[in-house]
Design a protein around this ligand. Structure first.
Ligand SMILES: [Zn+2]
Length: 262
């Protein structure tokens, strides 16, 4: 087992080719990348592994296969944005199962409510990313806790978790906001219809996207890379803006997506 390679502070080891190929074969999210982009993704993943620190919680033993899988997905989001998009934090904590997060909220009457919420992942502002390993492994079309939490990190980069990451020049903030609001309103309507319908209603995104703009952006991002056709079919304007923001197009046909730049 290669568990020591990337877990030593300061390790500058390259990801072994066999492990890299195995990692890319696990997820179809890498399928749109050509040979050159895959090579750049490997280099970026190695830089990510040098900069970040992984921790196993509750006795979870980490392996190179685990950390490389997470690094590759995290790097996929920033392949055309650069590692600078993940600046300001270092830690990634892996749990052996879904974990509890203590919450404390004050209601309108001023009463404080304390409770624990079960979570598969969480991204802290200026802090670590927390992930449940079984949920990392459960990725499928429309679901990837790694892509979801690291999309939150991009959203948080400019302060608020509001569904609007730091946009490149050339992407209109007003246009982004309009597309986000329209898609979110439509999606919330679909969720409400589903809850009252007696027939089966298929949603284009996980219903967690209806929580707020921040969750809509995170869920839309994981769908963009895991089930792009579903997102593009339902919300083509927001799909195109995500293609412009990520400077990638998993469908290879988003009109208006700028050419890849480095
Ligand atoms: Zn979230």
């Amino acid at each position: 087992m290669l568990r020591w390679l990337f877990l030593r502070p300061g390790s500058r080891r390259a990801i072994p080719d066999a492990l890299w190929e195995e990692t890319l074969s696990i997820s179809p999210s890498f399928d749109h990348l050509d040979r050159e982009a895959r090579a750049r993704l490997k280099t970026l993943s190695e830089a990510f592994l040098r900069e970040k620190r992984f921790y196993g919680a509750h006795g979870l033993e980490l392996t190179d296969a685990m950390v490389v899988r997470i690094a590759a997905l995290a790097a996929l989001l920033i392949l055309e944005l650069g590692l600078v998009a993940y600046r300001g934090w270092v830690g990634i904590v892996l749990y052996p199962e879904a974990f509890m997060i203590p919450r404390r909220e004050m209601d309108a009457a001023g009463a404080v409510h304390e409770y624990a919420e079960i979570a598969s992942g969480e991204a802290w502002e200026d802090g670590p990313v927390l992930l449940s390993w079984p949920d990392v492994e459960a990725a499928c079309a429309g679901y990837s806790v790694v892509l979801h939490e690291f999309a939150h990190k991009l959203d948080l980069l400019n302060g608020a978790a509001d569904g609007m990451p730091r946009l490149h020049s050339g992407i209109s903030a007003a246009k982004w906001l309009r597309a986000l609001e329209e898609a979110y309103a439509d999606f919330c309507g679909r969720v409400a219809a589903m809850e009252t319908s007696t027939t089966c209603v298929v949603l284009p995104l996980d219903d967690y996207a209806a929580e707020d703009y921040s969750e809509f952006f995170a869920v839309a991002s994981e769908t963009f890379f895991t089930d792009p056709r579903a997102l593009e079919s339902a919300y083509p304007d927001f799909y195109r803006l995500l293609a412009q923001y990520y400077r990638q197009d998993p469908l290879g046909c988003a009109a208006g997506a700028p050419p890849v730049s480095r």
